[in-house]
Design a protein around this ligand. Structure first.
Ligand code: HEM
Length: 236
């Protein structure tokens, strides 16, 4: 166990596993956020579908376990990526973190994982203050509770839709979300396949496939969050 935490490969493994776990969270998060685009369709009034989704996540007992695990996932990923990057920089110069051969076809993202990660972290801090802290009541906001259909009956919960809608009325915030999402896309374009390589899935058949899947995941997640922020600003 102590080797896992201290040996270089153990640290990289923890970083990869935590990164994949965070990607899983982002996929669920994007699915839930896509309700923002469907709101007003399928017989739901504006905001109801998203509010029901957020209520489901907020009241589901499983989420109560996942939330601290998610926080731990972020901490492990950030701490170990910092340790590894600094260790590599010290040992082999500032470009050492980039994996793979650096002669030809080097991806820009692979050389900039640390700055991209720092940009995402900065975005995330603003994001947590914008949404999570208000939803949980740590920061006051004038949302109030609303009613929405929930598994065949009506339920009452926070008006998360109003919060998102109000947030995305601000152009600077929309631009921040676009920058954060683009940074996320670049980070994932390298991070996704690189994680599989670290955990040992680096055979010659699957590596090229994983690189393609990596780009698809990056475009869907980065593009998805961008489209939602822009659509909220322009159309809702
Ligand atoms: C259009 C873009 C996004 C929207 C509308 C959005 C919306 C939200 C909302 C409403 C919450 C609060 C949920 C609650 O407390 O019940 C939340 C929480 C959170 N978001 Fe986002 N989000 C977006 C993008 C992102 C991105 C790009 C990331 C990561 C890089 C992210 C990471 C998180 C995290 C870690 C939490 C706290 C954990 C949680 O409540 O599930 N979000 N988001």
């Amino acid at each position: 166990m102590s080797n896992l935490l201290t040996a270089s490969i153990g640290r990289k493994l923890l970083m990869s596993v935590s990164g994949l776990f965070l990607i899983l969270f982002l996929i669920v998060h994007l699915i839930l956020n896509s309700f923002l685009l469907l709101d007003g369709c399928m017989g739901f009034e504006t905001g109801q579908l998203f509010n029901a989704g957020v209520h489901f996540m907020g009241t589901n007992p499983l989420i109560k376990i996942i939330e601290p695990t998610l926080a731990l996932g972020f901490v492990v990923h950030i701490v170990y990526s910092l340790i590894l990057t600094l260790q590599n920089m010290k040992a082999r110069g500032p470009q050492a973190y980039a994996s793979g051969k650096k002669t030809t076809g080097v991806e820009w993202a692979s050389l900039n994982m640390l700055p991209l990660g720092i940009a995402i972290l900065a975005f995330l801090i603003v994001h947590i203050f914008n949404f999570y802290m208000k939803m949980k009541g740590y920061i006051a906001w004038e949302g109030g509770e609303v009613e929405f259909p929930f598994f065949g009956s009506m339920a009452t919960g926070e008006n998360a839709y109003a919060l998102v809608n109000e947030t995305f009325r601000s152009l600077p915030l929309v631009l921040l979300y676009i920058v954060g999402s683009v940074a996320l896309a670049f980070h994932l374009a390298h991070g996704f396949w690189s994680s599989f390589q670290t955990i040992g899935w680096n055979n010659p058949i699957w590596m090229p496939r994983l690189r393609v899947i990596s780009n698809v995941v990056a475009i869907i997640l980065g593009g998805g969050f961008t489209v939602i922020a822009l659509a909220q600003y322009l159309f809702f």
